[in-house]
Design a binder for this molecule. Structure first.
Ligand code: F6P
Length: 367
């Protein structure tokens, strides 16, 4: 067994886009830590709390009853980056950037932290890895509804988002059947199709379009027409926000200049819906599910996964095993070096068993 360190005080933060299960991780760290006599400092709004010294001490009362709450009691931000923090010049309105990573190190030292637990996705783990190089003892916890983080078989938040998307497909089915319409549902996921593929399978979608398989509009329309011919007078199309037609580009909703990840995808559902209606003559409606997928209470699966991640992160801290992210590997808790995680995207592999299953039951993947 690894030799335990004497840990007196640790910090914890949630960064990047929120998702259901963040509070479950915080609770799983704070509850046992308090019992062990470890003080926990909760930084507010992601790395912003470390840069600008915004924090509060967390005890048992703070985490009581938060297991089922969506969001994060600490607040989060997907704009802050200690290595390139954006500021707005009040006179000119121009955005300029400053490296505030030394302020982060100062806060960490002033508070006499033994370690810091950073809960976040790709961007968060990238920043954490750079802060490790500056001497901070960091342990990462993998979060994101997109399930696109490398190094873990699954992130928490994904199951909840997938469940919300599945419920939306179930609801679209009844109205699609009544009106004999084509219903297009656009779901999130950035450049990976995990939410679309999983919810599409779970909800019985007829056509599932993911970023990993560029689609041919002719194949999509052929599937819709075939269903009509067979007397199925409605079709459900699930499309990932990062999907694109063969030979075509991504549909970008917005470019947020001062964000470390400035591209916001969105709108492919509208394009697809318009193209289907024009080509098939069938009435088509589009739903863009949006941030509903990030909200609400976590599913039981996510509550358990988040709790396991929190406990595993505290274990790494107590073992002095820093510079790592906890992960799920073959059903068990494990860890991976932070260096190996950041700056990459875990997309759906072409030979993914779910893709095969979808094809076998007649779902069109647009190719
Ligand atoms: O990464 C999570 C996610 O919800 C993506 O699925 C989506 O593309 C993006 O964040 C939306 O970001 P924002 O909350 O900044 O609009």
């Amino acid at each position: 067994m690894a030799k335990r360190r004497k840990v007196k005080r640790i910090g914890i933060l949630t960064a990047g886009g929120d998702c259901p299960g963040l509070n479950a991780v915080i609770r799983a760290v704070v509850k046992p830590a308090v019992e062990m006599g470890i003080e926990v400092i909760g930084f507010k709004d992601g790395y912003s709390g470390l840069m600008f010294n915004k924090w509060k001490k967390l005890d048992g009362h703070d985490v009581s009853g938060i297991l089922v709450q969506g969001g994060t009691i600490l607040g989060t931000s997907n704009k802050d980056n200690p290595f390139r923090q954006p500021f707005k010049d009040s006179r000119t309105g121009k955005v300029y950037y400053k490296d505030l990573s030394d302020d982060v190190v100062r806060t960490y030292k002033r508070l006499k932290l033994d370690a810091l637990i950073c809960i976040g996705g790709d961007g968060t783990q990238t920043v954490s890895s750079k802060l490790v190089e500056k001497g901070l003892n960091i342990v990462g916890v993998p979060k994101t509804i997109d399930n696109d983080l490398v190094g873990t078989d699954m992130t928490f938040g994904f199951d909840s988002a997938m469940t919300t998307a599945t419920e939306a497909i179930d609801k679209l089915h009844t109205t699609a059947q009544s009106h004999h319409r084509v219903m297009v549902l656009e779901v999130m996921g950035r450049y990976a199709g995990w939410i679309a593929l999983s919810s599409g399978l779970a909800g019985g979608g007829d056509i599932i379009i993911i970023p990993e398989i560029p689609y041919d509009i002719n194949s999509v329309c052929a599937k819709v027409r075939e269903r009509s011919r067979k007397g199925k007078r409605f079709s459900i199309v699930v499309v990932a926000e990062g999907a694109r037609p063969k030979g075509g580009g991504l549909v970008v909703k917005e470019v947020i200049k001062d964000s470390p990840d400035p591209i916001r995808l969105g709108g492919i559902g509208n394009k697809l819906g318009k193209d289907i209606e024009e080509r098939t003559g069938l009435e088509t409606r589009v739903t863009i599910l949006g941030h509903i997928q990030r909200g609400g209470t976590p599913t039981p699966f996510d509550r358990i996964l988040a709790t396991r991640f929190g406990i595993a992160a505290l274990e790494l801290v107590r073992n002095g095993d820093f510079g790592k992210m906890v992960c799920l590997r073959n059903g068990k808790m494990a860890s991976i070096s932070l260096e190996k995680v950041g700056g990459k995207v875990r997309t759906v592999p072409k030979n993914c068993e779910m893709i095969k299953a979808a094809r076998m039951i007649g779902i069109c993947l647009g190719d």
